[in-house]
Design a protein around this ligand. Structure first.
Ligand code: NAD
Length: 323
């Protein structure tokens, strides 16, 4: 495969930094556009960027800038062959507190970025989310299922991103792939996400927020599998397509906590809380389309991935790094 020149928006974050590492390791040029949003510790993002700079040397470039600013986006897209658009405000619950900001970044920001791409050959991969399926109870979730009832502003913003990128593809002709990620985890996972947050509470001996009766189920996907799906999507020969990228298995909240207890060697203290607005009872990906067209394979079972995550977490804690 020829080496590529790739823009990763949100590349200082969790998924984007893993993607950047993989692309730099295979010889690509990587540019990151990220505004180092303080949603979680900026030190984590700076550490991710330092690792990318060390791995990439002159093949890596960081532009600090905001997605909503046309000039920053124009500079960022200049000369690249592929744009992997991962910059966003992520997280369901905070989007309910501050919907306008979420829509501003995730929807307006996506439109501003797309508008700056004037080379028709540039491919776009958009990081969407399983949350677009809302309260879908038909499992597994297939790309052809209806997604017009998202249950949080975050989910609505991701659905809007898919729709806007279709409109842009229709008008401009550039190929676009939207990838619906199902709960991604692994080293450097966002600190507010359940696995990371639970690991912190279990090791500190504090209570984990345990929502509902523990029966809600999630499809968890190890970050390396997501990166493999993104790199395949960068090459797929389709004008506009949407694919699920998931672990294709579902795990209850109660089982997840048990896996973490085992990997961390400590019992969890559970604080029982009611179900939260915006939460969905189940997510479960049908990945057969991604398997057929992208060669996507989920290679990391949850128990193995949780062990890797916990090893990373304990190492970071031992070294006294911010988590
Ligand atoms: N992690 C998951 O489980 C998951 C699941 C589904 C979808 N996604 C999507 O994948 C993408 C990456 O998620 P992540 O978990 O790596 O999140 P992350 O928060 O670690 O990364 C997002 C990055 O975007 C940057 N950003 C935010 N607003 C920006 C702006 N206005 N301009 C420029 N940069 C901005 C942030 O600083 C951050 O570094 C997001 O689009 C998210 O919605 C993630």
């Amino acid at each position: 495969m020829p080496s590529r020149s790739v823009l990763i928006t949100g590349g200082a974050g969790f998924i984007g930094s893993h993607l950047g590492q993989q692309l730099l390791a295979r010889g690509d040029r990587v540019r990151v556009l990220d505004n180092l949003d303080p949603f979680y510790a900026v030190e984590l993002k700076r550490r991710n960027l330092a690792a990318l700079a060390a791995a990439g040397g002159e093949r890596f470039e960081f532009l600090e800038g905001d997605l909503r600013e046309a000039a920053a986006c124009r500079r960022a897209v200049d000369g690249v062959e592929v744009v992997v658009h991962l910059a966003a405000l992520a997280g369901v619950r905070p989007s309910i507190q501050d919907p306008v900001r979420y829509l501003d970044v995730n929807v307006t920001g996506t439109q501003v970025l797309l508008q700056q791409i004037d080379d028709q050959a540039v491919r776009v991969v958009f990081g969407s989310s399983s949350s677009v399926y809302g309260g879908n109870t038909k499992v597994p979730f297939a790309e052809s299922d209806p997604v017009d009832r998202p249950v949080s502003p975050y989910a609505a913003s991701k659905k809007a991103g898919e729709v806007l990128s279709y409109t842009w593809h229709h008008l401009r002709g550039n190929p676009v792939v939207c990838l619906r990620f199902f709960t991604v985890y692994g080293p450097r996972q966002r600190p507010e996400m359940a696995i990371h947050q639970f690991a912190r509470h279990i090791t500190d001996g504090t209570e984990i927020p345990f929502f509902g009766d523990g029966s809600s189920r999630r499809d968890y996907t190890y970050v390396d599998d997501i990166v493999q799906g993104i790199t395949a999507a960068m090459e797929v020969d389709r004008p506009y397509a949407i694919y699920n990228l998931g672990g294709a298995a579902t795990t209850s909240l109660a089982e997840l906590v048990q896996l973490l207890e085992r990997a961390l060697g400590r019992p969890a203290r559970r604080k029982l809380l009611p179900d939260q607005p915006g939460d969905v009872p189940i997510t479960c990906a049908d990945v057969s389309l991604a398997a057929r067209e992208l060669g996507y394979r989920c290679t990391t079972p949850l128990a193995a991935g949780i062990e890797r995550f916990c090893r990373w977490y304990l190492d970071e804690k031992r070294e006294g790094r911010v988590l």
